[in-house]
Design a protein around this ligand. Sequence first.
Ligand code: UT7
Length: 333
Amino acid sequence: MKSDLFSAGIIGVGSYVPGNIITNKDLERIVDTTDEWILNRTGIRERRIADDNQAASDLGTIAANKALKNAGLTPNDIDLIIVATITPDMNFPSTACIIQHNLGAVKAAAFDLEAACSGFLYALNVASQFIMNGSYENILVIGTECMSRITNWKDRKTCILFGDGAGAVVLSKVEKGYGFLSQYMGADGSGKNFLKISAGGSRLPASISTIEQNLHYIYMDGSEVFKFAVRIMADAAKEAIIRANIEKEDIDFLIPHQANKRIIEGAAKRLELNMSKIITNLDRYGNMSAASIPVALDEVLAKGMIKKGDIICMVGFGAGLTWASNIIRWAVD
Ligand code: UT7
């Protein structure tokens, strides 16, 4: 971090998950699967699904309003809104612009950032640069997803995994020594075909044929993503630890992207980190892509588990392939 006077840090957090719950038993009635298979292979018990009239911006707006309240700010105080999502309301305008309007954050610039499940951490890392270089005072970073809208509910390999939700944080200047101690991002486009939606873009515009082939839904090579994820979660966390000049024993909580309990356990083993320090909520929400980390963060804060000075490591991976991590010394009481 460049400034000797201040750091960039999180000063408010909020989240929202829709009320509709789909359990593994419900999925047994839709595809050829069992509660036991899903629980054993993923750790997921249930997931939330947005109402028909709810889009990513609606979920994100609720989470953002909560984060603003938690930070003690009003929409007028916000200079920039960055939304991480792979399920925008529409291709354009950005979901960030829609949320800006919903909030009435009329002074805020707004854009979307897409790094799939790593999107929230990418957005945090980008936003903190604007705080550090003095361009902006207060930035809303939102991860919001309606994964149910891009899920093929006939594909048992993917439909059991995902859920809808949103999380938001407010970034601002904090006391030197607090806030972001390190940040790390990476990508490997050679893995672009492991996890994707093929149709609907400029390569393969949507057509009756693409819809008949289900190419507007998520495609995933689960085992390739799994192998990558276990390795990269551990490596990315280690890199953030080195850059922050701390020891892994200094970490109070690790908040990983919530994709699969076995991925999280595998990464924890490689990191030699006790599972008691690792935050998981995927049993209740499944994989909410860019929303998974901020929702988990909001939940642990609501439980009063994190106090000022605690060291938190966030680490995620996703389509692209992408990955990102950071170390934060929690800055607020
Ligand atoms: O945010 C990033 C996004 N994605 C991920 O992080 C996902 C990463 N990958 C995974 O989490 C795992 O690979 C999965 C949970 C997707 C799959 O678990 P797996 O242990 O890798 O299973 P598999 O794909 O090797 O499949 C094993 C068997 C197959 O049957 P056969 O060929 O052995 O007869 C599958 O057809 O399990 C079958 N299977 C299922 N059975 C019941 C696959 N999905 C299901 C299902 N219910 N839902």
